[in-house]
Design a binder for this molecule. Structure first.
Ligand SMILES: Cc1cc2nc3c(=O)[nH]c(=O)nc-3n(C[C@H](O)[C@H](O)[C@H](O)COP(=O)(O)OP(=O)(O)OC[C@H]3O[C@@H](n4cnc5c(N)ncnc54)[C@H](O)[C@@H]3O)c2cc1C
Length: 399
């Protein structure tokens, strides 16, 4: 517990995978550091960290030279090591990115170019006939095989990071909502809903879906919540997927498209889609928050985004409302799927995705430092994969 009037070394807001990894990294570098992590929830990793696909990405998609490319590749290596050291289950069975028609061959070639430039190991371009060697039930006109892609349980990683942090002398203060954080030459003041004020030499805010709010709503970007829901494949269809089958993503969006994933616990999911949500941290399809919706609506970038991409948005919504449409989309990759194979569509996650004033979805990670305060303003996928590398970069910046 932080005592009233106590001044700490570093306060980290957010006990998601990024905040925990960052706090731990400070202690790895300096065992005497005084670090406190604050989160409003009663458990670590309550939001994006425990509502995702669980894929340790390899670094295929991201433009060479971007922070995503660099930190995904080094972060994936670090994540695999961390999981091994902490006995967290990982399956490294690779993924297949499948082009289903000629129009996707150009974008697939671009992915291959990016992946090679990013140093993704073991890449292999497959012809239509070779696809079945990797995924016997998938079909397309060509594919990219990425053998090093793995799956794990990021919620378990967050718990292990939290335990490690405490074992190294860090403090975890859960169930404590932060209302604001300010910084100046004297340091940082974190105000909590219950009236407690934590003073610190420096502060790092890794607040995921609330990151723009805690940064005082920066003029140039806003967090939009994009909901993604998953179907589970039933027992008849689950064996149709050996490991992971991904589409060639639409290059206009930072989302990877609905994919099939065999998870660490051997369940197989199909998802997530991407639909603008009306609440940031509520996990029901029909959740509505006036404050969250108002925050989206009063930012000009949201309207510009909607104007540019309304037809894609409507298509995603129609697919979500109609299981038959979802099945039709899924059958482009696995034609053996039948009605009834898509089950339990109640698993969902909400992505914290920044949009700029022009209505562009911000592609790269955004870290912004002002004086003793550093805000993580955009850490969508693959930030779980990259979390240990993002942590290193943050600590380099604040040191
Ligand atoms: C559907 C989906 C699929 C994904 N799939 C993958 C994948 O396969 N691989 C991958 O690498 N990434 C994936 N991601 C992305 C990944 O989950 C996130 O990038 C990552 O979890 C971000 O971690 P974070 O710590 O920044 O955010 P979060 O996990 O959201 O943590 C933020 C924390 O801040 C806390 N907080 C917020 N506001 C306050 C406040 N006012 N006071 C106190 N605490 C506060 C929250 O309670 C929360 O615990 C996916 C994401 C989604 C949604």
């Amino acid at each position: 517990m932080v005592d009233v009037g106590e001044r700490v070394g570093t306060v980290v807001v957010g006990a998601g995978i990024v905040g925990l990894a960052t706090a731990r990294e400070i202690l790895v570098r300096d065992a005497r550091a005084d670090v406190v992590v604050v989160d409003k929830e009663e458990v670590v990793g309550a939001h994006q960290t425990s509502h995702n696909s669980g894929v340790i990405h390899s670094g295929v998609y991201y433009p060479p030279g971007s922070a995503k490319a660099e930190l995904c590749v080094s972060g994936a290596r670090a994540m695999l090591r961390f999981c091994e050291d902490h006995s967290i289950l990982v399956r490294v069975e690779g993924k297949l990115i499948v082009a289903v028609d000629e129009a996707e061959l150009g974008p697939l070639a671009e992915l291959e170019r990016r992946a090679s430039a990013n140093g993704v190991p073991g890449l292999r371009r497959l012809s239509a006939g070779q696809i079945a060697e990797v995924e016997p039930h998938a079909h397309g006109v060509a594919a990219l095989h990425v053998p090093g892609t793995a799956v794990t349980d990021f919620a378990a990683v967050a718990r292990a990071l939290g335990d490690d942090l405490v074992a190294r002398g860090g403090r975890l203060q859960l169930g404590l909502p932060v209302s604001s954080i300010t910084g100046d030459d004297d340091g940082v003041r974190v105000r909590t809903d219950c009236g407690l004020v934590i003073e610190a030499r420096q502060g790092i805010v890794c607040a995921g879906l609330q990151s723009d709010r805690l940064a005082g709503y920066p003029a140039d970007l806003r967090i939009l919540p994009f909901r993604g829901s998953y179907y589970a494949l039933g027992p008849r269809a689950a064996p149709l997927v050996r490991s992971m089958i991904y589409p060639v993503p639409d290059p206009r969006f930072p989302f990877l498209g609905t994919h099939f994933t065999r998870h660490f616990d051997d369940t197989v999911s199909c998802g997530p889609n991407a639909i603008l949500a009306l609440a940031r941290e509520e996990y029901s399809r029909w959740s509505f928050s006036t404050a969250d919706t108002w925050d989206s609506l009063r930012f000009p970038g949201s309207w510009r985004l909607a104007r540019k991409h309304w037809s894609t948005g409507l298509r995603e919504l129609a697919d979500e409302l109609s299981k038959r449409r979802s099945l039709r989309s899924a059958r482009r990759y696995l034609s053996d799927l039948e009605e009834g194979d898509l089950e339990n569509d109640d698993a969902l996650g909400i992505r914290a995705q920044a949009v700029d004033r022009e209505g562009r979805l911000v592609n790269d990670f955004v870290l912004r430092r002002t004086g003793p305060l550093l805000h993580v303003l955009n850490a969508p996928s693959p930030a779980a994969t990259a979390s240990l590398a993002i942590a290193e970069r943050i600590v380099d910046r604040i040191s």
